[in-house]
Design a protein around this ligand. Structure first.
Ligand SMILES: *Cc1c(COP(=O)(O)O)cnc(C)c1O
Length: 501
């Protein structure tokens, strides 16, 4: 007897071992009736827009209460199904209130993008279509190639430029290093290993930790990255760099990778990229730029000249998830000559063979340009962000956040209780509360932790010339001038109060 939705239909189900339902229905993860899941999906979308519209009213961040934290630290693998509405209620109660908070206009720590609603919808559509961008000939690949083409155009790189969207600049820097390593040590190094090739690279002392990390992961050792002293403006000292290259050559080593940083993580310094490009060309060294957030300066009419020289790079790594406000995660690697990327990563395998037509056409495939085979449709959220807002608007966000930093730096300098610890060159301000009463490192660390725990603001800290700094990075497009008034009042208030006890 057929029951449920099939009752009365003119077919028999004798072929199925379970006479009530065909196998395809019993094993599919799709619901038999979409009504309730559809309604839940609509409710989630409504809740999300309410939440985004009301971000400012809520705390920046809240610590997970111990009971909720404990709920994630225990429990068995859920073997049985749960009701989807209950799962969503659980998300709202135990997850949503306690995530990082970087969407909030008063999140000012590290270098975090704020995300944007159009990009969020792109992510939803990407998940809905579940396209694998490892390769094959389909529209997803065309979208990613368009995003890479736009990125090269933004930075003035030529039409030969290849690239990939990756998790972030950390992996983008690693891909660049592997391209440079293969170019210097030759294709045989991919089979035989790097041996004692003596490959060495260079970056300023302000280099992000992921660059020595890339040397480590690439089997070169982080010690093969020379960290060159910086000048008074926190830029790589070119004279010291040249001396180190000559010393390495004299020692029989092979200089093969020169990193210029466009926007150092501590203070936002930009190396002299034109001078580095000329030096790299003279010396036959691969010139890479880590422009994790700085690349977006290219969209600011007043600040794009700060990047002069980036157009001469052999490769550039940057993030869409920072200043470009694309939801996490999305970084980008651009390689001036895509052939260098293919030389470093392509592999021939029968099960991924090229075909002249059909779905297996459309070479080169992304899987031959980097380390990942299966890849998601990251490009869609970037494409939708750029299409929705336009690059001029993103440039205006960059300018606005730099203006916020200028304003904060001026007001810090004007305050008798505050001390600027580094020049505010871009969107980052490093300063501290200083009432000349001692124990300033502990006091400023406490002020930052208090601000975070109160949910008022989330700056972070760093060390500048041996002193602990409150580090404020303006990245979020939602931050306004008025937020600075409240930030300064809160810092001074907490500093003064701490001295009373
Ligand atoms: C953020 C950052 C990185 C690392 O990028 P991820 O996207 O976090 O992997 C590298 N370099 C600089 C200068 C950065 O600011």
């Amino acid at each position: 007897m057929v029951q449920g939705p099939w009752a009365g239909l003119p077919f028999t189900l004798a072929a199925s071992p379970d006479k009530r339902q065909p196998m395809t229905q019993t094993n599919s993860l799709d619901p038999q009736d979409w009504t309730s899941l559809r309604a839940l999906g609509h409710r989630m979308i409504d809740d999300i827009f309410d939440n985004l519209a009301g971000l400012r009213e809520g705390p920046v961040w809240q610590e997970m209460p111990p009971a909720i934290r404990a709920g994630f630290a225990e429990g068995a693998l859920p073997a049985a199904p749960s009701d989807e509405a209950d799962i969503y209620a659980r998300f709202q109660q135990t997850i949503a209130p306690y995530v990082t908070g970087n969407r909030h206009p008063r999140f000012l720590g590290w270098v975090h993008g704020g995300g944007n609603a159009a990009g969020m919808l792109g992510e939803l559509l990407a998940a809905a279509y579940n396209a694998n961008l490892g390769g094959r000939d389909h529209a997803g690949i065309a979208v990613e190639r368009q995003v890479i083409h736009w990125s090269a155009q933004m930075l003035g790189l030529p039409a030969t430029t290849g690239g990939l969207l990756v998790t972030g600049t950390s992996i983008a820097n690693l891909i660049a290093l592997i391209c440079a390593r293969t170019k210097k040590l030759g294709p045989a190094s991919r089979i035989e290993g790097i041996g004692a090739g003596g490959f060495v690279g260079y970056a300023s002392a302000g280099v992000h930790r992921c660059v020595p990390g890339a040397f480590d992961m690439a089997g070169l050792g982080s010690g093969a990255l020379r960290r060159i002293a910086v000048d008074a403006a926190y830029r790589i000292d070119i004279t010291a760099l040249e001396a180190q290259i000559q010393a390495d050559r004299a020692a029989g080593l092979q200089p093969g990778f020169l990193v210029g940083t466009a926007g150092t993580v501590d203070v936002g310094a930009i190396d002299d990229l034109t001078a580095l490009a000329a030096l790299a060309r003279r010396e036959g060294i691969w010139f890479h730029v880590d422009a994790a957030f700085g690349a977006l300066l290219a969209l600011s009419p007043t600040r794009k000249s700060m990047l002069a020289g980036i157009e001469q790079a052999d490769s550039v790594a940057f993030d869409f998830h920072k200043w470009a406000q694309v939801p996490y995660d999305c970084g980008c690697i651009l390689v001036r000559d895509q052939n260098d990327q293919l030389a470093a990563f392509s592999q021939a395998t029968n099960y991924l063979a090229a075909a002249p037509r059909g779905l297996a056409g459309g070479q080169p495939w992304p899987c031959d340009l980097g380390p990942d085979l299966s890849r998601g449709f990251r490009a869609l959220k970037v494409w939708m962000t750029l299409m929705t807002h336009g690059s001029d608007k993103l440039g205006a966000v960059v300018d606005h956040t730099c203006a916020l930093a200028q304003n904060l730096a001026q007001r810090v300098q004007a305050s008798p209780k505050l001390e600027l610890l580094a020049p505010a060159m871009l969107n980052i301000v490093c300063f501290r509360y200083n009432d000349s009463a001692g124990r300033l490192d502990e006091l400023n660390a406490d002020i930052v932790a208090d601000l975070q725990e109160s949910g008022e603001f989330a700056p972070s800290t760093t060390i500048i010339n041996g002193q602990l700094a409150i580090r404020v990075a303006f990245v979020n497009h939602r931050t306004e001038m008025a937020d600075i008034d409240d930030l300064l009042a809160a810092i001074i208030g907490k500093g003064e109060k701490a001295r009373l006890f």
